[in-house]
Ligand binder design. Sequence first.
Ligand code: ATP
Length: 240
Amino acid sequence: MTKGLQMSEVTKYYAEGSNRIAALDHVSISVEPGEFVAVVGPSGSGKSTFLSIAGALLKASEGDIKLNGYNISTLTAKELSNIRLQEIGFIMQSSNLVPYLNVLDQLLIVKRMSGKVKREDKEFATKLLEELGLGSKLKSLPEELSGGEKQRTAIARALINNPNIINPNIILADEPTASLDTKRAHEVVSLIAQEVKSRQKAAIMVTHDERMLEYCDKVYRMEDGKLLLAESSRSVVTHG
Ligand SMILES: Nc1ncnc2c1ncn2[C@@H]1O[C@H](COP(=O)(O)OP(=O)(O)OP(=O)(O)O)[C@@H](O)[C@H]1O
């Protein structure tokens, strides 16, 4: 079974009056476990559509998508929602935190839904939050957090979703550094890169932030719904 994410000739049409526009135009990409790729491109080029389809939130009009070996076009709605829960860590622009849960519980909710929260789950969550500078906010509710703190909580939640090396999952990040200062932005993206490498996750990050490309193995450019391999970021950016 092939792990990671494979898209083959994926097209997405949106109806626009009597016309239809191809927001994605025959997109093919393969992201292996342990690989961190970036997708850049102008506004309206199709990046959000791409990420929504990769995350099984939106159906493609044409083409095949495989997530950790599952061909998602053949799955029922129930199976799709299980795959989303088990295989995918989403880091979206709007952080979608649960309003009545404190920061620590935001991370443990998936575990809580699927059974019992173990002591090591709590320790892992606490450690992750401390690494992200949220050690003093464990008991805070979303309304008590700044935009950046909410974003970091959402990132931690995406990283903890399935910290299981035998069944590597997929991380999809939409502008994860949008509301962060430079220092935090580097911390967050290097943390994602570290998770990708140490836990063999396959990750895709949509970003406008050129400074973050140095953490990625490959950079793709989206233009008018077409996805092109731009360059290997390591060949253009030297690590300090
Ligand atoms: N639900 C929808 N119905 C109709 N058209 C849509 C819909 N969602 C997106 N589009 C169109 O599809 C194209 C791609 O949009 P998409 O949001 O994927 O771009 P994007 O690259 O993520 O843009 P941004 O960087 O501004 O978020 C755009 O022309 C957009 O207007």
